[in-house]
Design a protein around this ligand. Structure first.
Ligand code: LUZ
Ligand code: MOS
Length: 750
């Protein structure tokens, strides 16, 4: 089945926030924000701006009827700055005008004066000044202090990885419509409608039932709208409340790049100890996370880094310390992988470095330590159905990687100005929100009297195809065509208290809730069919392809007739169901437990050609064996792997967020922030499905797909590094991610 959004997308007919027809009298909002990274506001003069014709109001913190607070995990984030600003782009006031142009013009002439305060942009500097979001978080297992003596080789180093701009095609935005009597309806481009509802309720001092949030679809999110869509929704709602007008607030690309947080840059120290034959005995790592100016989701992101510190490897003695450092950058936030990629990058860097000391190839060390069933992750979870070795072996077999490596060697022996390199990148990603309470979902299913079906869940469609998967789950449960099924917008009045569509778990949890709700109605329909067809108690009645079946024989009773007759017999054609992921738990006092329902595995083999004179490189191929479980939709899943891979490659190789020493984003446009384009994707991407992986936690044995494949992109970094080593075998390279062509060139020639 194709993604039913595809046709409207390519015709430009799909609705996004900016496309909604606006109610009469809608005001347009522009956010006036801080131009300095840290300082006290000494004066704010709105008079000139207010005097412009068409300006209706300018809202500041003083206009907030409830709390000026939108912090999710930690209450440290004001909606509008009061006396102090902490990052460039921090909202100070909201200009409302009859047109967007007038609002922009007015925002430009607001007069503000600051007294500048010292700023911090680097996480280690923040740590030195004890500027932390929370105290350090430590996960450990075994006995790290005793373990070093048992190692033949111990290697220590530091490694950095950069941030990443989400660059969703649809910028952040919301529309707020006053309904009546302080009731507001919001249309929001958010992964988390409930978060928007909750924060609007807090800021306006209204009960949550007064706020309805509706989400039709997002033009991409990648984590950037898990928490950071909220502020724009709340600002629009506040403006509606103050002016009693509909409000449209959609960020320009420039404002979005400037004001919103990104993937967290990390600076990490590691120490790894191994036996001579490549067995990893001990691993100690400290992550300095650049959180930005407020907590946002940083602590949860940092925890996921700790959960993925050892990637796909079993290591008996581990100590991992996560330090969330408060700096004067926009608050960094969720980004596909949610800290996992940052952790996995460091262990791969450690293995790459240690392998050189050991005189082994990285792949020998990697392969030697892959996770096996019955071993434990270092935070206590037992390894079950590990596909680490299976997927690695499948890469060797399916793609004949030995031969490919041979080709690389032959190429290198014949070429001086071009050198090839390769890498293996195994991945292992935990599925479930690490905050266990978030692992719950619900579905509301209606069958209409004509047999068509409408489904509402908490899942937000953001281009990832979750709606198709939910429709597929319902279609399989009822045995009706997917064309009979519509997955409705995500709406807080139809699905309450929803978790964000995040952590790759949207299709799993909302799909399972949908199956449960459909099963409830199906049960009623089958009971009714038995009466209607006057069957015996022992007869087996089912529905297959929209026909009622008795003892494997089709009857003349169709789905439509059954549904219609059931209605006239007063059988309820609606059901709501609730799903909670079973068996997960984590104890934060001892930092041990089983937080994940399961893990997704896979292995990528990447080859690259380096232009030795220029430092430029071309990814020749990435060959992946991925553990999809029993895919609910192979086209969508392949699309997710390809997109995630390329996004991961972008993070690791070319996307470089530069800030000036005064905290200003320099890479603030697509001319200076380079993301992968059609010319920089690998020449060849091959994706194989790993057979026979079961998963009782996913709808119809499917597995989550959104985030795990991003980490195949880490392989590009190590393939490039390998090509550099093949160019100058004796040289020690001090490099970091992103491994841009400039960095490669500088490292090759000092
Ligand atoms: N969001 C969250 C996430 O709140 N908790 C998580 O564990 C998570 N993991 C991945 C992506 N988003
Ligand atoms: Mo996400 S990083 O699953 O919002």
């Amino acid at each position: 089945m194709k993604n039913f959004d595809a046709l409207n997308h390519i015709k430009g007919k799909s609705l996004y926030i900016d496309d909604y027809p606006l109610p009469e009298g809608t005001l347009h909002a522009v956010v006036f924000n801080s131009e300095i990274a840290h300082g006290k506001i000494t004066s704010l003069n709105l008079e000139k701006a207010k005097a412009i014709a068409g300006v209706v109001a300018i809202i500041t913190a003083k206009d907030i009827p409830g709390e000026n607070q939108i912090g999710g995990i930690i209450q440290d984030e004001t909606l509008l700055a009061e006396s102090e600003v902490h990052f460039i782009g921090e909202p100070i006031a909201l200009v409302l005008a009859s047109s967007i142009d007038i609002a922009r013009k007015a925002a430009r002439i607001i007069e503000v004066e600051f007294v500048k305060l010292p700023i911090i942009t680097e996480p280690r500097e923040a740590f030195a000044q004890n500027s932390l979001i929370v105290p350090p978080i430590i996960f450990s297992s075994g006995n790290i202090n005793d373990a070093w003596d048992k190692c033949d080789v111990v290697v220590e180093d530091s490694i950095d990885s950069g941030g990443q701009e989400h660059l969703y095609l649809e910028t952040q935005g919301a529309i707020s419509i006053p309904i009546e009597d302080n009731k507001l309806k919001l249309i929001s481009s958010t992964q988390s409608p409930t978060s928007v509802q909750k924060q609007v309720s807090k800021v306006l001092g209204l009960p949550m039932h007064q706020i309805e949030v509706d989400v039709l679809r997002l033009g991409g999110a990648f984590g950037g709208k898990e928490d950071q869509a909220t502020v724009w929704g709340v600002l629009a709602a506040l403006a509606s409340y103050v002016t009693n007008s509909p409000i449209k607030l959609v960020l320009s690309r420039e404002d979005d790049l400037r004001m919103t947080g990104k993937r967290h840059p990390y600076s990490s120290d590691y120490k790894i100890g191994l036996s001579n034959d490549g067995k990893i005995i001990a691993y100690e790592v400290t992550y300095y996370q650049n959180a930005g100016a407020v907590a946002d989701l940083s602590t949860a992101v940092l925890e996921r880094t700790l959960f993925h510190a050892t990637n796909s490897y079993f290591i008996p003695n581990v100590k991992a310390t996560g330090i969330s450092c408060k700096t004067n950058l926009p608050p960094n936030t969720a980004f596909r992988g949610f800290g996992g990629p940052q952790g996995m990058f460091v262990i791969e860097a450690a293995i790459a470095k240690a392998s050189i000391t050991l005189g082994l190839r990285a792949l020998e060390v990697q392969k030697r330590n892959l996770l096996k069933d019955e071993q434990h992750f270092y935070f206590g979870q037992k390894v079950k159905n590990s596909q680490a070795i299976n997927s690695w072996n499948a890469v060797e077999k399916t793609f004949d990687s030995k031969n490919l490596m041979q080709e690389v060697n032959e190429f290198n022996s014949k070429n001086k100005l071009l050198k090839k390199g390769f890498s293996f990148m195994p991945i292992c990603f935990g599925i479930s929100f690490t905050s266990s309470f978030l692992n719950q979902a619900s579905a509301l299913v209606h069958i209409y009297t004509d047999g068509s079906v409408g489904i509402s869940t908490g899942a937000v469609e953001m281009g990832q195809g979750v709606n198709v998967k939910i429709a597929t789950a319902a279609s399989k449960t009822f045995s009706i065509a997917t064309s009979k099924i519509r997955v409705e917008s995500t709406n807080t009045t139809r699905a309450a208290n929803t978790s964000p569509t995040a952590a790759s778990s949207g299709a799993d949890m909302n799909g399972n809730a949908t199956i449960l709700a459909c099963a409830k109605i199906l049960d009623r329909l089958i009971k009714f069919a038995k009466i209607e067809l006057k069957t015996n108690d022992t007869d087996v009645v089912t529905i297959a392809n929209e026909i009622v079946i008795v003892n494997k024989k089709p009857t003349t009773l169709t789905w439509e007739e059954l549904v219609n007759k059931a209605y006239f017999s007063r059988i309820s054609l609606s059901a709501q169901a609730y799903y909670r992921t079973p068996e997960i738990h984590f104890n934060r006092t001892i930092n041990q437990g089983s937080p994940f329902a399961y893990h997704v595995y896979g292995t990528a083999f990447t080859t690259v050609t380096l232009d030795v004179l220029r430092g430029t490189y071309k990814l020749d191929s990435v060959k992946i064996v991925h553990d999809f479980g029993k895919s609910l939709n192979r086209n969508i899943d392949i699309g997710q792997v390809e997109g995630a891979l390329v996004q991961g490659i972008g993070w690791m190789t070319m996307e470089e967020l530069k800030y000036s020493s005064d905290g200003k984003l320099l890479a603030n446009a697509l001319s200076t922030y380079k993301i992968p384009d059609i010319y920089s994707v690998p020449d060849k991407i091959e994706i194989e499905f790993l057979d026979n992986s079961e998963n009782r936690f996913g709808p119809f044995n499917s597995k989550a797909i959104g985030e795990p494949p991003l980490m195949y992109g880490i392989g590009a970094y190590f393939a490039i590094l390998d090509a550099m080593k093949n160019t100058k075998p004796k040289k020690k390279f001090e490099v970091s991610a992103p491994l841009t062509s400039e960095k490669v060139l500088m490292a090759l020639y000092d």
